[in-house]
Design a binder for this molecule. Structure first.
Ligand SMILES: *Cc1c(COP(=O)(O)O)cnc(C)c1O
Length: 406
C-alpha cells in the first residue's frame, strides 16, 4: 500500500469532459488499490523521520499532517471540484457559509472596502452588512442588475466584489463577465457564489471571476444529507484563504467529505434530470390558472432571459412562483403537497417546496409582510429527479381550488 500507488493510466488532464472528470479526476491521488476512495478517519498522521515531520508541518495544505490542515479525502474531493470549476485548486469547508466567511475574512483587513449585492443568501448579506463593518471593513450594497451603480460604488480602497447568481427570491441574475471586466481593470478581486447554478450550468471562472464559492450542501452532495462548502481559485489565493481556514476551523469531517465525493460521481446525471424537470415544471406552472407569476431564468418571460442564455447552459432546480389568493393560498398549497417535501434547501434528489412568508407568520401580518417586501403568496421550490408526470400530478392536486371556497 505505497503512498504513491497511482492508478495506472491516470491522466488528470484538461481534456476530460465533465461527466468523466467527476468520476476520475482524483484517481491519481489514490493511497491504495481500493476502487472506491477509503475514508481517512484520522485526526493526525504519523511522520517516519524528524525530517518528514518538519516537511509535513511546514507544507501549506499538506493532506496528511493534521486534519484541520487537510485530509487525503479532502484532497480528492478538491481535485474534482477544482477541475469542474476550471480553477487551479479548491478548498473544502464544513459548510457553504464556512467557505464564504473564510474566503472573505482571509482577504480583507481593517480600512478595506468591499461591495456586495442587495440580494444574497441571507447569512452572506449579514456578513457584508453587519459583521465586516464591526471589524472596520466598509461595505457598499448595490443593485447587481445596475452596472453603473456597481461602477460608481468602487473606491480606491475597494478590495473585493461579491456576487451571487441566480439569487433569491426572484432568481435575479448578475452579469458575471461584465462584473469581472469592471473589477479586473481596477485590480479588485471578485467572488461568485455559484451554488444556485452549479458548475454544470455556469462557469464563473471562465467568465473572469477570481474565486468561486459553493454550498456543497446543495447539488454537489445532492442528497440532502450533509452540509459542506468549497472555495475554488488559484493556488496563491487558496494558500491565503487556507491560512484563515486553519484559524477559523470550518473543517469538514472525513465521512462527510467521502459522502460528498460519492455525491459528485453522479452530479452530471442528476443535473441533466433536474434541469429538464425544472424547466418543464416552470413552463407548466406558467400556464396554470392558480399561478400568478413564475420566476425561472430558463423561461422566456424572465426579465434577464437573454443574459441567462449567454452565461448559463442550464437553469437549475430552483423555481419561484406566486399564487393567486395571498398568504392563505401559500399555506394551503404546501399543506396539500403529497410528493414534494415541505422543507428548505435545494439541489438534492427529492423535490422540496417552501412557502417563504410562513417564516414570518408568527411575527407579522400580511400587510406588514407586503410593506417589508415579503410576498405573502410566494413559493420556492427545488425540483428533484422524480418522474416529471408524478411531480405535475402532485402540484396539480395541490393547486386545485379549495372545495370550501376559501
Ligand atoms: C445554502 C446556501 C449557502 C450556505 O450554505 P450552507 O452549506 O448552508 O452553509 C450559501 N449560498 C447559497 C446561494 C446557498 O444556497
Amino acid at each position: 500500500m505505497s503512498r504513491n500507488n497511482a492508478h495506472p493510466g491516470t491522466d488528470p488532464g484538461k481534456h476530460w469532459r465533465q461527466e468523466t472528470l467527476l468520476l476520475h479526476q482524483d484517481a491519481h491521488l489514490a493511497t491504495d488499490t481500493s476502487v472506491v476512495a477509503p475514508i481517512h478517519y484520522s485526526a493526525t498522521f504519523r511522520a517516519d523521520t524528524p525530517e518528514e515531520f518538519a516537511e509535513m508541518a511546514n507544507t501549506p495544505r499538506h493532506p496528511g499532517f493534521y486534519s484541520r490542515y487537510g485530509n487525503p479525502v479532502h484532497k480528492r474531493v478538491e481535485a474534482v471540484i477544482a477541475a469542474l470549476e476550471g480553477t487551479e485548486t479548491a478548498l473544502l469547508t464544513a459548510s457553504g457559509m464556512g467557505a464564504i466567511s473564510t474566503t472573505v475574512l482571509g482577504l480583507v483587513k481593517q480600512g478595506d472596502h468591499v461591495i456586495a449585492q442587495r440580494r444574497h443568501y441571507m447569512s452572506t448579506s449579514k456578513l457584508f452588512e453587519e459583521v465586516l463593518p464591526r471589524f472596520g471593513v466598509a461595505s457598499t450594497i448595490v443593485d447587481q442588475t445596475d452596472l453603473d451603480e456597481l461602477a460608481a460604488a468602487i473606491r480606491p480602497e475597494t478590495r473585493l466584489i461579491m456576487v451571487e447568481t441566480p439569487v433569491n427570491p426572484t432568481l435575479t441574475l448578475t452579469d458575471l463577465a461584465a462584473v469581472a471586466t469592471l473589477a479586473r481593470a481596477r485590480g479588485i478581486l471578485t467572488i461568485a457564489d455559484n451554488t444556485f447554478a452549479s458548475p454544470l450550468n455556469q462557469k464563473p471562472h471562465d467568465l473572469g471571476i477570481d474565486i468561486v464559492v459553493h454550498s456543497a450542501t446543495k447539488y454537489f452532495g445532492g442528497h440532502h444529507d450533509i452540509t459542506a462548502g468549497a472555495v475554488c481559485c488559484s493556488e496563491e489565493l487558496a494558500e491565503k484563504i487556507w491560512s484563515m481556514h486553519v484559524t477559523l476551523g470550518s473543517v469538514l469531517s472525513p465521512m462527510d467529505a467521502w459522502l460528498l465525493l460519492r455525491g459528485l460521481r453522479t452530479l452530471s446525471l442528476r443535473m441533466e434530470r433536474i434541469n429538464a424537470n425544472a424547466l418543464a415544471l416552470a413552463q407548466w406552472l406558467e400556464t396554470h390558472p392558480a399561478v400568478e407569476r413564475v420566476y425561472y431564468p430558463g423561461l422566456a418571460s424572465h426579465p434577464q432571459h437573454e443574459l441567462a442564455r449567454r452565461q448559463m447552459s442550464g437553469y437549475g432546480a430552483v423555481i419561484a412562483f406566486s399564487l393567486k389568493g395571498g398568504f392563505q393560498a401559500g399555506t394551503r398549497f404546501v399543506s396539500a403537497l403529497r410528493l414534494a417535501t415541505h422543507a428548505v434547501s435545494l439541489g438534492g434528489v427529492e423535490t422540496l417546496a417552501v412557502h417563504t412568508a410562513a417564516m414570518w407568520a408568527g411575527t407579522m401580518t400580511e400587510e406588514q409582510m407586503i410593506s417589508a417586501g415579503i410576498e405573502p403568496n410566494f413559493i420556492r421550490m427545488s425540483v428533484g429527479v422524480e418522474h416529471i408526470d408524478d411531480l405535475k400530478a402532485d402540484l396539480a392536486q395541490a393547486l386545485e381550488p379549495d372545495p370550501a371556497g376559501i
